[in-house]
Ligand binder design. Structure first.
Ligand code: HAM
Length: 420
């Protein structure tokens, strides 16, 4: 029979990888607390319309990448490709932003049917923060500072932060028209993708990587010139806050983001160390999404980072992560395992990590397993020890003599040995 393998682009996380994930997850959780963010967990499946209406039906995600299916009730459902839309839905549904503001974070699997390659998967994980209810540049600055703290605490270097502002819906509409007029005149020089976007999403043409298109765009109208003065002030105020926080950034007027809900500030951290998938973390303001989804007019801002990419960077740059520590390994060569089991539980009551051998075997084999487990101590109980009411305590990582300990003293002796 042929073995069934995992689905392409959906990876197992094996025990020796998980340790690194736990470390990164712990740092992320800790940082959310430092800034007063609360966790939200939303379902992995949502009604398809949530994503088509929030992310935009002309976007790559909605057009090509969603895992959509009909459930038995004929309703169209989708595996979430991202979590901003779900977070907004949950906040409106449960009244979490009714006359109040809220800072939230989430972490979990997302699904996009992209072509799998290094750093790009069909099931991947995101950590994200969303602040709902604050209009000002101060919260944009906070969100960016959270990102910077994450890189600092995980000792990740060499990321570049690009920022831009997309202005308000009003200025973007005027700009969109001017850009469309400009590009329509040059339509015979546009490539197929740009032609398709010309009338659906012309701003996305700005981040087209085709050099010929970039050449044409050199003379294109500039969005900043269409913005109102308070929109420009918001952006300038954010920039000076980042300057004061010693955060290095580049203003990239071509950064437009691939999801339709953005307005105002947008940003992205990139690396050149992960091949083609350079974006580690991205986000921005989505001031109109909540109102468009049926909530009250509520400004909001957030970001999400790809954990696979982040953890690959940590692995490339950081200190090796210590494997899970086992303090003691229980070896019992007698016919009854009751005493070792009781000792193991008492040691765990004291906070130690203990592995019981479980299954018979020669002393040599059991000691080999003890060594492989990474345990610091082996506790050995043979028939002679059982008859005399003692346990042998053996150091597995240090050259120290093995010695006998009365059963009633073994817990105290282990604690003493491990702390000395
Ligand atoms: P996004 O740019 O689509 O934004 O994704 C954010 C991050 O998720 C990317 O920078 C990347 O690190 C990671 N990512 C995306 N797709 C994949 C993939 N196929 N495989 C591995 N990693 C991937 C959003 O999702 C927005 N919801 C961000 C946001 C939150 N904006 C406001 N709040």
């Amino acid at each position: 029979m042929k073995n069934i393998q995992s689905v392409r682009g959906m990876n197992d996380l094996l025990p020796d990888q998980i340790v690194g994930w736990h470390r990164v997850e712990a740092v992320l959780r800790d940082i959310t607390q430092k800034y007063g963010y609360q966790e939200i967990r939303t379902p992995m499946v949502e009604k398809t319309a949530l994503f088509t209406q929030s992310i935009g039906d002309q976007t790559d995600i909605v057009e090509k990448e969603m895992y959509t299916f009909r459930d038995a009730g004929e309703e169209s459902l989708t595996l979430r490709p991202e979590s901003t839309a779900s977070t907004v839905r949950a906040c409106i549904q449960h009244g979490l932003i009714h006359n109040r503001q809220i800072r939230l974070w989430y972490m979990g699997p997302m699904f996009r049917r992209e072509r799998p390659q290094r750093g790009r998967y069909r099931q991947f994980h995101q950590f994200g923060v969303e602040a709902l209810g604050w209009p000002g540049p101060d919260i944009d600055s906070e969100i960016i500072r959270i990102g910077e703290r994450i890189w600092r605490e995980l000792e990740i270097n060499g990321l570049t932060l690009e920022i831009n502002t997309l202005g308000s819906e009003r200025s973007r509409t005027a700009y969109r028209q001017a850009l469309t007029d400009f590009l329509t005149e040059k339509r015979d020089q546009l490539d197929e993708v740009s032609l398709r976007r010309l009338h659906t999403n012309p701003l996305r043409i700005l981040d087209n990587k085709n050099l010929q298109i970039q050449e044409i765009l050199k003379d294109a109208p500039v969005l900043h010139n269409f913005m109102l003065s308070d929109e420009r002030k918001h952006f300038e105020s954010l920039c000076s806050s980042l300057d004061r926080s010693d955060i290095t950034y580049q203003i990239n007027p071509k950064l437009v983001r691939g999801l339709d809900y953005y307005s105002g500030t947008v940003f992205e951290w990139k690396t050149d160390q992960l091949g083609a998938q350079s974006a580690i973390c991205a986000g921005g303001r989505y001031d109109k999404l909540i109102e468009n989804r049926g909530g009250r007019d509520t400004p909001a801002v957030g970001f999400a980072m790809g954990l696979e990419r982040l953890i690959e960077l940590v692995t490339l740059q950081g200190e090796p992560v210590e494997i899970q520590s086992i303090h003691a390994y229980m070896i019992d060569l007698t016919d009854s395992f009751e005493i070792t089991t009781q000792i193991a539980e008492k040691l765990r009551d004291q906070g130690l990590n203990v592995v019981e051998h479980c299954g018979k075997g020669k002393l040599k084999n059991q000691l080999k397993k003890a060594d492989q487990s990474g345990a610091l101590l082996a506790l050995i109980r043979g028939q002679d020890e059982a008859d005399s009411g003692i346990i042998q305590l053996k150091h597995l990582r240090e050259e120290k003599p093995q010695f006998n300990v009365p059963v009633e003293d073994i817990v105290g002796q282990c604690l003493k040995t491990l702390t000395s």
